[in-house]
Every structure is written in structure tokens, then in C-alpha cells.
Design a protein around this ligand. Sequence first.
Ligand SMILES: O=c1ccn([C@@H]2O[C@H](COP(=O)(O)O)[C@@H](O)[C@H]2O)c(=O)[nH]1
Length: 238
Amino acid sequence: MADERLIAALDFHTLEDVKELVNTLGDSVSYYKVGMELFYSVGSEVVTWLRGEGKEVFLDLKLHDIPNTVASGLCSLMDLGASILNVHASGGYTMMKTAADRLHEEAAKRGIACPKLIAVTVLTSINQEDWEGLGHELQIKSAVVRYAKLAKKAGLDGVVASPQEAALIREACGPDFLIVTPGVRPAGASADDQSRIATPAKALEAGASHLVIGRPIRAAKDPKAAAEAILKEMESVR
Ligand SMILES: O=c1ccn([C@@H]2O[C@H](COP(=O)(O)O)[C@@H](O)[C@H]2O)c(=O)[nH]1
């Protein structure tokens, strides 16, 4: 049976590829992530198709702009039926608060369930050297916790972070805060372009609420077997 803590990333650019993977994974996976590559190529049709198949959707478009533009953009996306939408925490407290407030107001006005809103802290591809190259003085871990606390104060439901920061965020933001972690790799798998990684079991033990996993499933010779091995590892952490 599907474990809703696993979100498989659909980084494709055609609906045919999406259908093939989703049909192959069948009932094993119930939650999917639609990111920029897919949404920019296919548009909202992919979200409608996934919802029609009974799947939950994390629409990972990482909005990053001035407060009014981000809030308005989210309001344009909220009717699609995604369970989670997101923004970049580096857009600042005012942007996050405006976005969360407007999303809640609009959901009440339209009489629909409000999607969860989460903030990307520091991309999981960024290592300490990249980070310092951007002029940041805090350690990545400290910056991530700072962004997570700001997101919580702004009324967001959670964050995207690496599994390496999950325990610190859980401690700082409490048991109900969503901690969605990409950068998850089964032992021995290639890290690809990810820098701050951990295995599925370690990510859950550290307090992640959801694991986003793309290439280890999508690029596997047998994606269903790869997903089931990950689900088996996840089962040991409840
Ligand atoms: O910090 C972040 C935020 C988002 N992502 C997205 O997650 C998946 C990860 O895919 P893999 O193939 O498992 O590396 C991908 O869609 C990213 O856009 C992230 O990796 N890090």
C-alpha cells in the first residue's frame, strides 16, 4: 500500500512520460511532485490528470518575487487541486506572510480547501562553499533553521530542506510543521547534483514528514522495484 510520506518527482516534459511512470508505479505511489520542467511544458493539464487518477500533488514552482506578485500567482494556482504549493523563503518574511494570508482569504472566499504553503529554505544542491560564495556568513544549517522559524512565524505550514537539517527544524518548529526533504538517496545511489543528502530511513529518523525522490525511482531500470525498496526502508521508521 502507498505511503503518503513518499512524493515521487515527475521531472519529465511530456504527459506521455508522466502517464507511463504513474501507471508503472500503480498503487505503490500516491503522491507526486510536479516541478518547473513539467509544468512549463505541459501546463495545468498534468495536475488535472493526476488528480483524476486519485493522486495527491505537490506543485513545486518555488515562487520568488515581490509580495503582491507571489500572492497573486499562488491565487492563480490554488484552484488546480494541488495539496502543497511553495515559495522561496529568501523572498523574506513580508512576502511569505502576504502569500499565506492571501491564500487563506481566497480559499475562504472561494469555499475551497486551502492548499498547504511551504517555503524552500536553502536548495539541497548548495554546499557550504557555494553558500559562502554567495556572501553568506551563517552555516547552511543555521540559515535553514532561521528561514524555517521565519516561515512558521509568517503562517506557513512547513519548509523544504535537506534531510541533514530536518532534526534541527523539527526541534525548532514543533511536531506539526511539514518538513519536505529532497536530497534523499538510497545507500550507494548516485548523489547526482545534490549536495546535502541522506538515506530514506535517516531522513525520516531526523524528522522529515515527506521525502521527495526523483531520479532514484524515475531513472531506475525497474522504477516499481526501486520505489518498493524505498517504501520498505521507510516502513522501518514510523
Ligand atoms: O532544495 C530543493 C528543492 C527542490 N528539489 C526538487 O526535488 C527533486 C529532487 O529530484 P532528485 O532526482 O531526487 O534529485 C527535483 O525535482 C528538484 O527540483 C530539490 O532537489 N532540492
